[in-house]
Design a protein. Structure first.
Length: 485
């Protein structure tokens, strides 16, 4: 019997701090070290974007697959990364999926088709590497063709896990992409990767992977229904026995108000008074009236319909009339950005918006705000609600997906819980929850209890890593590792 640690290859298009557009990057950065601490041998496979050269330089090549170099580097966490270097696809300025003007790269199918194919080869008998994984773990549509290649074409293929971080992004491309990527023609079928006449990278992963996971138990249930199933609810319902929801964790070394170097005043449950200095600094930073008695609301994230930004805009006037202040940090849909700018003009000193993203400022907001807003219409997991609770900034959130799974809702007139949930994603629903939060805020003893409840919660990756470890071992016959050949 081979008693070496189980080997896991994470395959993803993002990993913080090297490349990040959202929460996926944070998960791919934080979960592998947690799994390594649980006794697994985990490595990450990423595209070698031009922007990565600034981070890792010319990482040494260790192999060639499908015409691309495989380079080897180490993430800041110490986890080994394999970088798929195809300069004609990834060696360009702009973001991982879009150009500088926000347009999708026209060759995204070729870019992530080659990436997933290369990663799949590394998890098969055709790998040129001495290190061969026992499990291929793909994340979102960019890795979706990996399980397809492993199931249909590659010898001695590792079993695969496919994780859905957001079902709304599916990687849909014209039918002729099947031939262009030299996929087996039989996969373009309803019982395969075909989706209403187009090739779906995500559906390919969901159909061919051995096990499916998503990032919260509630979201796993929601996506089996028509409302949030994005057309894939039938497939997910059929595969419900292989579908598991595992809540994401957070990196509690980075997101810790007691040690955070990015905030003006560090604090913990026993030193909550020190949080006030962060509020004053935030009010000054955003040119708000400096007043410790005014409840300061905040939102950080993508400015999109999904995130319920229009609901925040709908209640903003009432929030200001009730004595509140609002800061927003994010970027997204132009119309919503303009709406928020108009609110800033209308309520100078009470509402302030920064369009863009700034990691350090996000920390300052979590520490300085009193109440965090997350009225997302759907939220597979979410991270900011966990950051907020850890920072003693109770969230007001829609009871959906991971928000419902990670926030203990405070009832009407109560003080027991860690945040304020509402059921209907409407302006009226959001405002009702804000009023409950304001009632608690105006009772200091009650508010401190809510703050402390959130700060006591354990959002570390250890519990989630244990569940993934058990899931991986379930894919290996008799619990034994696959022998290298």
């Amino acid at each position: 019997m081979n008693d070496r640690p189980l080997r896991i290859l994470f395959v993803a298009s993002e990993c913080a701090p090297w490349v990040k557009t959202g929460g996926l990057a944070d998960v791919v950065a934080a979960l592998p070290p947690a799994l390594a601490a649980a006794g697994l041998d985990v490595r990450v496979c990423l595209p070698y974007y031009r922007s990565l050269r600034a981070e890792v330089g010319e990482a040494p090549p260790v192999a060639t697959v499908v015409g691309a170099l495989v380079r080897k580097a180490r993430l800041p966490s110490g986890i080994i990364a394999y970088l798929i270097d195809a300069p004609w696809l990834f060696g360009r300025d702009g973001g991982p999926y879009q150009d500088a003007d926000g347009r999708d790269w026209p060759d995204n199918a070729q870019r992530f088709g080659l990436f997933a194919h290369a990663a799949a080869i590394l998890a098969s008998g055709e790998t040129p590497l001495l290190w061969r994984p026992d499990i291929f773990h793909g994340h979102d549509w960019q890795a979706g063709l990996g399980p397809l290649w492993l199931k249909t074409s590659l010898p001695k293929a590792a079993p695969s896990v496919m994780t859905i971080h957001n079902l709304a992004f599916q990687g849909l491309f014209p039918a002729e992409t099947v031939e262009a990527l030299r996929l087996p023609p039989e996969v373009f079928a309803v019982e395969g990767a075909e989706f209403y006449g187009r090739l779906s990278f995500l559906k390919a992963g969901l159909h061919y992977a051995d096990i499916l996971t998503t990032v919260s138990p509630t979201y796993a249930q929601e996506i089996q229904g028509e409302a949030w199933g994005c057309g894939l609810h039938g497939l997910l319902t059929r595969r419900r026995d292989e579908l598991t929801g595992i809540v994401n964790g957070i990196d509690d070394r980075v997101w810790n108000p007691a040690t955070d170097p990015l905030i003006p005043s560090r604090y913990d449950r026993d030193r909550l008074a020190a949080k006030a200095a962060n509020k004053e600094a935030l009010q000054r930073r955003f040119d708000l009236v400096v007043d410790p008695s005014r409840p300061l609301f905040a939102m950080v994230g993508r400015l999109t319909w999904q995130k319920g930004i229009d609901l925040i805009a709908e209640v903003a006037d009432r929030l200001v009339s009730a004595g509140g202040q609002l800061v927003v940090l994010g970027t997204g849909e132009r119309g919503l950005e303009d709406t928020l700018r108009a609110l800033t003009q209308r309520h100078r000193g009470a509402v302030s918006v920064r369009i863009g993203f700034d990691e350090a400022l996000a920390h300052e907001i979590e520490a300085g705000a009193d109440i965090f807003l997350m009225p997302s219409r759907f939220e597979p997991c979410g991270l900011n609600q966990m950051y907020s609770q850890r920072y003693g900034t109770p969230p007001v959130a829609h009871a959906t997906g991971g928000l419902a799974d990670t926030i203990d809702g405070v009832g009407e007139g109560g003080c027991e819980g860690s945040g304020f949930l509402f059921k209907e994603a409407t302006g009226a629903g959001l405002w009702e929850a804000i009023e409950r939060a304001l009632d608690a805020y105006r009772t200091p003893v009650c508010w401190q209890r809510v703050m402390e409840t959130g700060m006591r919660k354990d959002f570390s990756w250890a519990a989630s890593a244990a569940r993934y470890r058990a899931l991986y071992h379930s894919l290996i016959p008799d619990g034994n590792q696959r022998a290298l050949t």
